[in-house]
Design a protein around this ligand. Structure first.
Ligand SMILES: Nc1nc2c(ncn2[C@@H]2O[C@@H]3COP(=O)(O)O[C@H]4[C@@H](O)[C@H](n5cnc6c(=O)[nH]c(N)nc65)O[C@@H]4COP(=O)(O)O[C@H]3[C@H]2O)c(=O)[nH]1
Length: 977
């Protein structure tokens, strides 16, 4: 709480001191002067009153006598005397005898304020005295107080006093003022001190006068101490700040080009980077107008002009480093008067960003072009249109003057311009000699056959990318420009993308053509395929119908092609098919059509075979031609052909029916011993139907347990005893009865049903062995036939191991029979499979020896135990000298290789004896026994002796054997125990 409200207080200390002093003085003076004036006033009035009364008394006495004398003049004189120098203004005497005397000297002018006169007048009544003489009242004297005179006197005193006091106060004031001012000057110096500090005078101290009051001294000392302390604190911070500022400036110098510009827009100073970027010497730079350094990056942009506003914009500067892009900020620096003092220009190098942005734009544009080209590539059926667009896309995408798409003719060493962009279209088809180019060109990375284009034209730079169709070189696409230019990896990739698109389109185009070809032609032989041939046959039938003519179709199947395929491999098989196709073409006339239906099946359509003999002649020629030996992979290969013929009209109305019937006829030819032809007859249809039905039934046979095994004994020629069995498959058909294997084994193999059936056979043999064992029979080995299809199983040994292991049969009692061709198909893997089977403890024998390669040397490679001589060699023994010689030689050689020999198909005692004579180990054939059901074999096992040893040495008398179903041996000898 303050004594005075702030608003009434002067703002300065001196003002306040003076105000307080003045107030106190005023109070003192008013009070003091008031008291003084009051005293003076009262005293004066009292004095006046006393003087007036005294004068009245004296005057009354003085005039008493005169009045009595009636001397009015004298009275008046006395009264004038009394009034003179008195505080009275007039005197009046009313005396005896009506004497009235009035003395009133002239009044002086007013010397005091009226209120004072009036106040005195009120307080000073007139003095009235009785004038007595001799104790008697003779009159009345009245004296009027001169209030004006008294007031004037009092007023003079007051004025003088006031003047004196005022003078005193003024003197005091002046003294105080000067003193205070001197003392307060210390404080004023503080302001000066503050100004010094503000001006950056960090060492400044507040000055102090010696006579300063101790409080001010203390305060200034405190300020100086505080200042010193702050100076220390802030000095460090300022130093740090200054350091930071310097670092920032250095950093700014690194990242930005900066210059200082005067208010007229001329460069005053610049940092190193600015000098470097604009490529102008520092000296030359000074004084240059900033607006001349760089031009607006955008065509619509305006250059900077001095202005109090911050300016930003992008400028392009041509300097030592080429054209660079800067983001420029010009900041005006204002002075205290808010006027521009100078400008700071900060340029950030945005060249990389701009390049990046441009690259993105270019990339987007190229993507659009590529997408459009991709669309074209997808749908263009005309390659020339695609080439033209590819060249145009290349030129547009890379902003080059020219582009060309060249097709290479590597054989002629020329490049042909297929499409151009930028050059006149007449250049299309221009042929460039690449041989010359190879010699003249030295440009790295430039394909030789596009170099002449560069050499022969105005181009100064170029970029070429090869186009490959698959792995084959198709040509190249190139872009060319006037002058020097380097192409970036992105631009190279763009051109590669075009090349890839063109390559893909070429491949698609080729694939489409290929598909069209494949739809109609066989890929391997290039002959019409089944579809095309069928259409042609239908057309031929229609034509024949319209002309009342006839036509024929010949269906050709290569005999034993499968063997070639299996033994020599698929490549050899394919080669054989190609050679066969060529021969077929040689066998027909112009207008006839040769086609391949698939596999080893061919067909020939004779559209105008009016006579049956014409067809026959062609068929005979084909059989003869295809029967000639082939040279495949350096080997001589034999393959015959079976031909079936169907004719229109008669053998079918439509192509499909004709081909089907020709196929039946072809089967008939096969059945007739192959290497021949056969005309279709309606009965053949039944055969084919039966075959199809058989196939369907075979698929069910295993599930219905319709398969049975018969066992044919093998007899030792040394002892005449049972030496083993061969398991032979039979099909117990519910209607047809017991079906022999030759009627269905082929179908089982063709359909693959042989795999599960083969596994069943192995299991069944194992079970039978165990059964015989349980029945107490002496165990003998049982041979099982393995088909080619089974042998192709990579895990055959494991399959056998699993089945035999599961049954518990003795593996030593199992033997597997394989044909030569089966082993020769893939000798390496065959050897591995045989070794694996051998490791299981089983025996291996080669079946039908003599019908295939018959190379014992070759067979040495396989771990075989037994060799079975085919019955073809046995049949004519001993009469046929050749067969006898071969058989003897084979037996001898086999023994040499430690192989046991079994002769198959021994039907007579004579044959048995002969073989005995040749030291053959065992025989198998009807002479000893036909294949028998398992139950019947049990008896043979028990008996053991099947042929009397003596018979083998002596002339044939009788044989000891049982035969199948009670029939006797082939030679008619009756079985006898
Ligand atoms: N003319 C004549 N023939 C005799 C004589 N002794 C035996 N045969 C017959 O000769 C064939 C011998 O079997 P293969 O050469 O392996 O020839 C077998 C074999 O290649 C195949 N086969 C039979 N069973 C199976 C089998 O279980 N699996 C496989 N993969 N093939 C089998 O079927 C072929 C024919 O078998 P089958 O009809 O049982 O005919 C048997 C047998 O009955 C004889 O003195 N004179």
């Amino acid at each position: 709480m303050t004594l005075f409200p702030h608003k009434f207080l002067p703002r300065s200390l001196s003002g306040r001191v003076f105000a307080m002093f003045g107030l106190c003085m005023l109070v003192f003076l008013l009070f003091g002067l008031g008291m003084f004036y009051r005293y003076q006033f009262s005293q004066r009035l009292a004095d006046t009153d006393q003087a007036a009364n005294t004068i009245a008394d004296i005057t009354a006495q003085a005039i008493a006598h005169e009045s009595l004398e009636g001397d009015a003049t004298r009275v008046e004189q006395v009264m004038h005397l009394a009034l003179a120098g008195s505080p009275l203004k007039s005197a009046a005497f009313r005396g005896p005898h009506g004497m009235t005397v009035l003395a009133a000297p002239p009044a002086k002018g007013p010397g005091a304020p009226a209120w004072l006169v009036h106040a005195i007048d009120r307080r000073m009544p007139d003095v009235v005295r009785k004038v007595e003489a001799g104790g008697q009242s003779i009159g009345v004297l009245g004296l009027a107080i001169d209030a004006a005179a008294i007031a004037a006197q009092l007023w003079d005193v007051a004025v003088q006093t006031a003047a004196l006091v005022a003078a005193f106060a003024l003197a005091c004031y002046l003294l105080m003022r000067s003193t205070l001012r001197r003392w307060l000057a210390n404080l004023q110096r503080l302001q000066h001190f503050e100004n010094e500090v503000s001006a950056g005078e960090v060492t400044a101290e507040a000055p102090l006068l010696d006579d300063a009051p101790v409080e001010i001294q203390d305060a200034i000392h405190a300020i100086n101490r505080t200042t010193a302390s702050l100076r220390n604190q802030y000095g460090e911070r300022i130093a740090h700040l200054m350091h930071t500022l310097l670092e920032h400036k250095r950093a700014m110098d690194q990242v930005a080009s900066m210059c200082e510009v005067d208010k007229l827009g001329r460069i005053v100073d610049a940092n190193e980077q600015f000098v470097r970027c604009c490529g102008i010497a520092r000296e030359a730079l000074a004084g240059m107008e900033l607006a001349t350094i760089g031009r607006p990056a955008n065509a619509s942009g305006l250059p900077w002009v001095p202005s109090p506003l911050v300016w930003t914009g992008e400028v392009t500067v041509s300097g030592a480093q080429g054209e660079t892009q800067w983001f420029r900020t010009v900041v005006p620096i204002l002075g205290a008067d808010k006027a521009v003092e100078k400008y700071i220009c900060i340029d950030i190098d945005i060249t990389a960003r701009k390049d990046f942005e441009q690259a993105i734009l270019d990339n987007a544009r190229r993507q659009t072009l590529i997408a459009a080209l991709g669309q074209k590539a997808l749908h263009a059926s005309m390659l020339d249109e695609l080439f033209a667009q590819a060249a145009a896309t290349a030129a547009q995408g890379l902003n080059t003057r020219f582009a060309v798409l060249l097709e290479a003719d590597t054989e002629r060493n020329v490049a042909i311009a297929r499409a151009v962009a930028g050059w006149p279209s007449q250049m299309n088809g221009t042929v460039y000699d690449c041989q010359a180019a190879v010699r003249t060109q030295g440009q790295p990375g430039l394909l030789p056959w596009s170099a002449p284009l560069r050499a022969s034209s105005v181009v100064g730079c170029g970029l070429d990318v090869a186009i490959f169709r698959g792995t084959r070189l198709f040509g190249a696409i190139g872009v060319y420009d006037i002058g020097e230019r380097t192409f970036t990896p992105v631009e190279t990739d763009f051109l590669k993308s075009i090349a890839t698109l063109v390559a893909t389109a070429l491949e698609r185009h080729e694939a489409k053509s290929r598909l069209t070809f494949l739809d109609q032609y066989d890929q391997l032989t290039s002959l019409p395929n089944r579809r095309r041939l069928t259409r042609f046959l239908d057309d031929s039938i229609a034509r024949a119908k319209s002309r009342a003519d006839s036509c024929a179709v010949l269906l050709i199947d290569l005999d034993r092609f499968k063997d070639v395929n299996d033994t020599l491999g698929h490549t050899a098989g394919d080669e054989l098919l190609v050679q066969a196709a060529r021969r077929l073409l040689d066998c027909v006339r112009a207008g006839d059509v040769v086609g391949r239906l698939g596999g080893d099946e061919f067909a020939v359509v004779l559209p105008a075979a009016a006579q049956r003999r014409e067809s026959r002649a062609v068929a005979a020629a084909i059989v003869e031609s295809l029967g000639r030996p082939y040279r495949v992979q350096g080997q001589q290969v034999y393959a015959t052909a079976s031909v079936g013929i169907a004719t229109w009209p008669g053998d079918g109305e439509a192509a499909e029916a004709l081909i089907r019937n020709a196929d039946n006829a072809m089967y008939s030819a096969k059945k007739a011993g192959r290497n021949t032809h056969s005309f279709y007859m309606p009965v053949m249809n039944e055969d084919a139907t039966r075959r199809l039905r058989t196939e369907a039934e075979l698929r069910e046979a295993l599930r219905r347990e319709e398969f049975v095994l018969h066992y044919q004994p093998k007899v030792s020629l040394a002892t005449g005893k049972l030496a083993g069995f061969e398991a032979l498959l039979r099909w117990q058909h519910p209607v047809r009865g017991l079906v022999p294997p030759l009627e269905f084994i082929g179908i089982l193999e063709d359909t693959g049903i042989i795999i599960p059936v083969g596994e069943w056979i192995i299991g069944q043999v194992c079970r039978q062995l165990l059964l015989w064992e349980r029945e107490g029979a002496a165990p003998v080995p049982v041979a099982i036939n393995l088909s080619a299809r089974q042998f192709q199983q990579a895990d055959l040994a494991q399959v056998i191991e699993r089945i035999v292991g599961a049954s518990g049969a003795n593996p030593q009692l199992l033997e597997f029979e394989l044909t030569e061709s089966l082993l020769m198909a893939d000798p390496e893997s065959a050897a591995a499979t045989l070794a694996a089977i051998k490791r299981l403890g089983m025996h291996l024998s080669i079946d039908d020896f003599g019908t295939g390669y018959s190379s014992l040397a070759y067979l040495k490679r396989f771990p075989l135990d037994t060799l079975k001589i085919d019955r073809a060699f046995v049949r004519d023994l001993p009469e046929d000298g050749d067969d006898a010689a071969i058989t003897q030689a084979v037996i001898s050689l086999a023994h040499h290789l430690s192989l046991k020999v079994v002769a198959e198909g021994v039907e007579t005692l004579e044959q048995a004896r002969t073989l005995h004579g040749y030291a053959c180990d065992q025989i198998q054939g009807y002479y000893a026994s036909r294949p028998l059901p398992a139950a019947e074999c049990t008896a043979l096992l028990a008996r053991g002796q099947l042929i009397d040893r003596a018979l083998l040495a002596a002339p044939p008398m009788r044989l000891v054997a049982s035969d199948e179903a009670g029939h006797g041996a082939a030679d008619g000898s009756a079985a006898a125990a």
